[in-house]
Ligand binder design. Structure first.
Ligand SMILES: Cc1ncc(COP(=O)(O)O)c(C=O)c1O
Ligand SMILES: NCC(=O)CCC(=O)O
Length: 445
């Protein structure tokens, strides 16, 4: 038995499924998850001493690579002053100012965001965003897209991506029918379906929530003008537009996926943004932000209640500020370059084995859909029709070659600024065998 196997047996006795988040389990690909003991730069090391090039990046936060010196130092400095006070700190204001500044620097039509509320997880950010939208509009229903994942918020689990998709679940047990009834699920990239929903429920829809670019059914690129179209429709029907940048925020560009795309689509801005992952650089923190008139609806000034014992935790805030401060233009260009290099190599390896595929990207974030042809996937139905079973053999071959990827075909590949030539070469040299494994995969019966 390996050390990881022993540790997994032990954890399964006291932790459901042995994991604290279902996506970490290897249920869909089989095998035992390696227990990680150490991470540095582009690498993680497991309890058996195996070193892997990491393409999970803690599911997104590790933009600068693991154990970035400035981030670690900022956290050490913060630790020396105490772990948590449940009181205001100047760091919280600094992080909020940084977020507001970075977003507004990419705004082409005046400020896009005035205020930010810090929370501890992406789930809290989206949960609060829909409560805020309901409080602000006085309406109950929300629209979400099939295959989009916004954390494990009751109202947002219907046809969700990420682990819900990986485990082939339609949603979650334990969510009341009343809750589900207020959630309207429509196909992604389909503005007509959104309009139809608005027309069917006049005056009842509080918000449309969308991933800035879906990255939880694999990556699905928003079609040209899709996000701008959502902006127009929400405005026309008096609903708010919630732009979930928990995964893409401060990763797809210095102002997220929005910063990459809104200027060329007329400079539109959503009503509420949600952020997470990168803004904590690996510590638990997330945020929602928007225009003052909407954000001031939150307690204590407004009637929408939201709170948190550890909200704006000083260590998380310190890690977030240090991460954003070091997320320079060079960092984004390095990741963009590495991403485009890797996409090319993945494509070439799969082509060499005759594996039909499309590489779906949202800036530097990408994933591979098997068996789809060049047109790729536009929505969750396309994703479900793809040959995602080929990922299992691909994944295990990569893992055997020392590349650690998400144990699901529906998750994005994450690179960091620490993925240097040595790390990239290791990934690239693992690809031919993985492509062969994908080519010889049989459809499960
Ligand atoms: C787009 C998106 N929104 C929300 C979440 C939820 O964030 P968290 O896992 O921190 O609750 C995630 C990822 O988990 C995500 O990818
Ligand atoms: N892209 C999906 C996630 O980041 C989820 C992480 C988790 O649930 O642990």
């Amino acid at each position: 038995m390996t050390v990881s196997e022993e540790l997994f047996e032990r954890s399964q006795r006291v932790i459901p499924g042995g994991v604290n988040s279902p996506v970490r389990a290897f249920n869909s690909v089989g095998g035992t998850p390696p227990f990680i003991v150490d991470a540095e730069g582009p690498y993680v090391k497991d309890a058996d001493g195996n070193q892997y090039v990491d393409l999970v990046g803690s599911w997104g936060p590790a933009l600068l690579g693991h154990r970035h010196e400035a981030v670690i130092e900022a956290v050490h400095t913060a630790v020396d002053h105490g772990l948590s006070f449940g009181a205001s700190t100047v760091g919280e204001t600094e992080l909020a100012e940084t977020v507001v500044d970075r977003i507004n620097r990419s705004a082409t039509n005046g400020p896009a965001i005035d205020q930010v509320r810090l929370v501890s997880t992406g789930t809290e950010a989206t949960m609060t965003s829909i409560r805020l939208a309901r409080g602000y509009t006085g309406r109950d229903k929300i629209i979400k897209f099939a295959g989009c994942y916004h954390g494990h918020v009751d109202a947002l689990l219907s046809e969700a991506g990420s682990g819900v998709a990986t485990l082939s679940l339609p949603g979650s047990a334990g969510v009341t029918q009343a809750t589900t009834a207020e959630t309207i699920v429509v196909p992604y990239n389909d503005l007509d379906a959104v309009r139809t929903a608005f027309e069917k429920y006049p005056g009842e829809i509080a918000a449309v929530i969308t991933e800035a670019a879906p990255c939880n059914m694999g990556v699905v690129t928003p079609g040209p003008g899709f996000n701008a179209g959502l902006r127009e429709l929400t405005r026309e029907f008096g609903a708010l537009m919630i732009f979930d940048e928990v995964l893409t925020g401060f990763r797809a560009s210095s102002a997220g996926y929005w910063g990459l795309t809104s200027a060329e689509e007329g400079g539109w801005a959503p009503d509420i943004y949600t952020f997470g992952k990168v803004i904590g650089g690996g510590m638990p923190i997330a945020a929602l932000g928007g225009r003052r008139e909407i954000m001031e609806y939150l307690a204590p000034n407004g009637p929408v209640y939201q709170a948190g014992t550890l909200s704006g935790n000083p260590l998380s805030v310190a890690a977030g500020i240090a991460t954003l401060r070091n997320a320079t233009g060079q960092v984004y260009s390095a990741i963009d370059r590495a991403s485009s290099h890797l996409r090319q190599e993945v494509g070439a390896a799969l082509d060499a084995e005759g594996v039909q595929h499309s590489i779906q990207s949202a800036g530097n974030i990408f994933s591979v859909a098997f068996g789809t042809g060049e047109n790729g996937v536009r929505n969750y139905e396309d994703v479900k029709a793809s040959e995602s079973y080929r990922y299992t053999a691909f994944f295990h071959s990569m893992l055997d070659s020392g590349v650690y990827m998400a144990p699901s075909p529906f998750e994005a590949w994450f690179l960091s600024a620490a993925h240097d030539d040595a790390a990239m070469d290791r990934i690239v040299s693992a690809l031919p065998a993985a492509a062969r494994a994908a080519a010889s995969s049989e459809r499960p019966r």
